[in-house]
Write a protein that binds this ligand. Structure first.
Ligand SMILES: Nc1ncnc2c1ncn2[C@@H]1O[C@H](COP(=O)(O)OP(=O)(O)OP(=O)(O)O)[C@@H](O)[C@H]1O
Ligand SMILES: [Mg+2]
Length: 384
């Protein structure tokens, strides 16, 4: 079995001292990687270690350097600074053909004049394998991506989702050590996208292939990644599990980019206490900033981080406010609530559709609730 072959190769690699070191320090390591296009700095000081078998997403807004970084790992672009090591081997200056990866692009990039079978076989034929072996392997791959028996078709006869499955089969054909995916789902409609991302994740788990997927869709990254690398303006803002990145954003940028967040103006009072309107709130989660008394800060709170029932009288985040607007999002709603105790600042609070009834949330209603002060994050004002 081809997947088995891949594991044999891995076993061989880890039995060598360099392989063992690579296993400990990361299967893929980027050290101080930078890229300039003329005077424009597209990437700077990228340090990252990815473990064998990990599924990592590069997440960030358009133009932040995700594709450039992926192309550097693939050898399709040359870094202007830094080193790249894969399985303990320095691949920094190797041409693409000498690196060990398969890649899938946003546009399906299949050869339109070749059959599906020939598209998938492309990398294998180049390796001069016997025809019968190639044919068996192609069948195996097409079954793996859920398209058994479609080898005789041509790309134009397939949907976008099917073409992307073929591209995936082609990328996996040689059992590469690394699978690189550059926004593979962004051209597909919402339902196919969610379906295929789950399939890619399941396939990745099954094969254990180290995978990097570029996306600017935060929900996609949160749902499939073991770890997310959040990028902005050519630098890494944070690396963490989906939960870490969502719950403990390292910067205002990450808090804003990954999920919805409320920002509240407040003033530091010292010793982890902050005044926000009439409320005095404690927040231990300050990040690298000067919180001496009198400093203006921003408190960040997710819309779901509110208590509606059993709020103790002495809860420091107790407040009430008037619902000004409701945004209907399907199973959930966001209620915009103006809160006097916060100096008239507005909060967006999230409710499921059932909770909307349970707590009588409607425009004009008054809500009594408490901020989940244990979930507050604080950043210096002006950082956002
Ligand atoms: N060949 C090039 N020459 C000059 N500038 C480039 C080149 N390739 C990329 N850039 C610039 O580098 C920056 C990063 O581009 P990149 O394609 O990596 O962004 P991205 O994060 O993949 O964005 P998107 O989500 O839109 O695909 C952009 O400002 C882009 O204009
Ligand atoms: Mg891109």
């Amino acid at each position: 079995m081809w997947a088995r072959r891949g594991h044999d190769a891995m076993d061989a690699a880890v039995s060598m001292p360099t392989g063992l070191a690579a296993q400990e320090e990361g299967y893929l390591r980027l050290q101080g990687v930078g890229k300039r296009f003329g005077s424009f700095s597209a990437l700077s000081q990228i340090d990252l270690a990815i473990a064998r078998g990990e599924f990592v997403c590069f997440l960030g807004p358009s133009g932040c350097g995700k594709t450039t970084l992926l192309r550097i790992i693939a050898g399709l672009e040359t870094q202007t600074a830094g080193r790249i090591l894969q399985a303990g081997r320095d691949i920094s200056v190797l041409p693409p053909a000498q690196r060990d990866y398969g890649i899938v692009f946003q546009s399906y990039a299949l050869f339109p004049n070749l059959s599906i079978a020939d598209n998938v076989a492309y990398g294998l034929v180049n390796r001069r394998q016997p025809r019968a072996q190639v044919a068996a392997r192609v069948d195996e791959l097409l079954t793996l991506v859920g398209l058994p028996g479609s080898g005789a078709k041509y790309p134009a006869q397939m949907s976008g989702g099917q073409q992307q499955r073929v591209a995936l089969a082609r990328a996996l054909a040689t059992s590469p050590g690394l699978l690189l995916l550059d926004e593979p789902l962004s051209a597909l409609d919402a339902i196919v996208r969610v379906h295929l991302r789950n399939e890619i994740r399941a396939l990745q788990r099954k094969l254990g292939v180290t995978t990097i997927m570029v996306t600017h869709d935060q929900e996609e990254a949160l749902s499939v990644a073991d770890r997310i690398v959040v990028m902005n303006h050519g630098v890494i803002e944070q690396v963490g599990t989906p939960r870490e990145v969502y719950r403990a954003p390292a910067s205002p940028f990450v808090a804003d980019f990954v999920g919805k967040v409320n920002r509240l103006q407040a003033v530091a009072e010292g010793d982890h206490w902050f005044r926000c309107g009439e409320l005095r709130l404690r927040c231990d989660e300050g990040q690298g900033a000067d919180f001496r008394p009198g400093r203006p800060v921003m408190l960040y709170l997710r819309p779901e981080d509110r208590l509606m029932i059993d709020v103790p009288d002495d809860h420091p985040g107790r407040c009430e406010g008037a619902v000004r607007h409701i945004e209907f999002l399907g199973g959930n709603c966001l209620a915009q609530v103006q809160v006097e105790a916060l100096g008239g600042q507005s909060l967006q609070l999230q409710f499921s559709l059932n909770q909307m009834d349970e707590f009588s949330v409607r425009e004009g209603a008054r809500l009594h609730f408490a901020l989940r002060t244990d979930r507050l994050r604080v950043f210096a004002a002006g950082q956002e």
